[in-house]
Every structure is written in structure tokens, then in C-alpha cells.
Ligand binder design. Structure first.
Ligand SMILES: C[S@@+](CC[C@H](N)C(=O)[O-])C[C@H]1O[C@@H](n2cnc3c(N)ncnc32)[C@H](O)[C@@H]1O
Length: 245
């Protein structure tokens, strides 16, 4: 790493003699520095490592697709198990926040069926472009891709049965306020399902940007959602499910 880039990335990566654990997706090192929007929020709740949320850009969807849609991912991401845990019924409306390249969309589209709806939401315009093209190509007629703001998933009040957030919660800043917006968007009894990396996992973001399940539940409860860790067989991640009362 060039010294200047090292300095630039200091808030995100320690740049110490010991390299950070290899993220599952390429990170800031792969990005031109002007694409990096890394913010350091040292007091981000005090529940995770030192770094706070890892806020950075995910442009160039085709590049990310190589990692997000790598067929080898299925072995550890276990999308069928994740979607089963969401207890989706046909006809439901499901929002996938931080949908990326749409890895979960075929699974969610099948679960809600033709009478249901999948809202594939992402902050990145290029991801949304890719999601739309993917939905058309794969004939996922019940998937609607939308670009959303960093701090607001833009859900209509009480309109959504399920919200899925995979490998994305640790990227979100101001999570308590964000959780409150999700709560507003959920129907009564609706579920928020979050999948993220454990502290012990050998893949995932640098450890200082990870969040424990206990810290996540505290953030959700502060927003009025009752969360719990569920039993699963994912090797590197945990699943938290929170219910809107
Ligand atoms: C690591 S990727 C995960 C993609 C997808 N969930 C998956 O499992 O393949 C994180 C995605 O979340 C998006 N993202 C980051 N912060 C976001 C926010 N505040 N709101 C919506 N999307 C966000 C990024 O643009 C990126 O596409």
C-alpha cells in the first residue's frame, strides 16, 4: 500500500504491520481514493470494534457481482436457510435493504410468489441499474429495484411484511434512527431479519467495523423493535430477527 493511500485509509484500516483480516469482498484498497467515502465514528454506540460503521461506496456493479454472486458463496451464505428463517408467505411485500447485485432476489421472489412484491433497495445507482437488468433477464417480475438514501430506506408507513439486511448493517451509520425508519415501514407483526458477520469469522469486514449480535439487538431495541438471535447453521454469521410489536 502506498503511504499516501495508507494515511487516507487510516480511519478504516489500521495500516499496522499486521494486515487486517481479508474481507469477503474487496474493500477500499481496490477503489480509487476519490470513490472512498469512509467515515470514522469512534463513538458509534461503543458496542462494536473501534472503527464504527464502514461507510464506503459500492460502485461498478459488474465488478461486485463477481464476488457477491460467486457460486461458492452459497456454501457459507446459505440463502435458502436465511429465507426460510424469514417465514415469508406468498403475497407478502419484502424489502431487501442493501440488495447489492441481487444475490437474494431470486430466493425472495420465489418466496413471495407472483402475488407478492420484492423491493430491492440500494444506495448505489449502478447497483439499482444492475438489479433492474437482472430482474428483467431472470424474469423476476415481482422484483422492483429502487435507489434509496443513505439514511432512509424510503419505506411507506406500515407497508412491508419483512425486511432483509444481509452483510450491510455494519455499513449503516446512525443505526438507531435507521432502525426506527424500518420499524415505521413494517406492518404490525412484521419482521426485520439481519445477517452479519461474527467477530470470529475469517471472512467479513475488518474486525473493528463488525458489530456483535448483542450490540445489534440493543440498537434495534432502542428503536422499539424486539430482537433475538436465532439458531442457524451459517458458519461465519449470525441472524437477528426483530419484530414490530
Ligand atoms: C456488502 S453489500 C451486500 C449486498 C447484498 N445484501 C448481498 O448480500 O449480496 C452491501 C450493499 O449495501 C449497500 N448499502 C450500503 N449502505 C446502504 C444504505 N445505507 N442503504 C441502502 N443500501 C446500502 C451497498 O451499496 C451495497 O450494495
Amino acid at each position: 500500500m502506498r503511504p499516501s493511500l495508507c494515511l487516507l485509509l487510516l480511519p478504516v484500516f489500521a495500516c499496522a504491520s499486521e494486515p487486517p483480516p481479508k474481507p469477503v469482498y474487496s474493500t477500499a484498497e481496490a477503489m480509487p481514493h476519490d470513490e472512498l467515502v469512509a467515515r470514522h465514528t469512534p463513538h458509534g454506540g461503543g458496542h462494536h470494534g473501534h472503527g464504527g460503521p464502514l461507510v464506503h461506496r459500492f460502485e461498478k456493479a459488474e465488478d461486485w457481482a463477481k464476488e457477491f454472486d460467486d457460486p461458492a458463496r452459497d456454501a457459507w451464505q446459505k440463502p435458502a436457510e436465511v429465507v426460510a428463517a424469514m417465514r415469508i408467505s406468498p403475497g407478502m411485500t419484502v424489502a431487501d435493504i442493501g440488495a447489492g447485485t441481487g444475490y437474494f432476489e431470486p430466493h425472495l421472489a420465489r418466496a413471495v410468489g407472483p402475488s407478492g412484491k420484492v423491493l430491492a433497495l440500494d444506495v448505489e445507482a449502478d447497483m439499482v441499474r444492475y438489479l433492474r437488468e437482472r430482474a428483467a433477464k431472470e424474469k423476476l417480475d415481482n422484483v422492483e429495484a429502487r435507489q434509496v438514501g443513505l439514511a432512509d430506506p424510503g419505506l411507506g408507513q406500515g407497508t412491508v411484511d419483512r425486511v432483509l439486511i444481509v452483510d450491510t448493517w455494519h455499513h449503516i451509520d446512525g443505526r438507531k434512527d435507521y432502525a426506527a425508519k424500518i420499524k415505521d415501514g413494517l406492518k404490525p407483526g412484521g419482521l426485520l431479519v439481519i445477517v452479519d458477520f461474527t467477530m470470529e469469522a475469517t471472512k467479513g469486514p475488518p474486525k473493528e467495523h463488525r458489530i456483535t449480535s448483542a450490540a445489534m439487538i440493543a440498537e434495534l431495541e432502542a428503536a422499539g423493535l424486539k430482537g433475538e438471535v436465532i439458531q442457524e447453521t451459517l458458519p461465519d454469521q449470525y441472524i437477528v430477527i426483530a419484530k414490530k410489536p
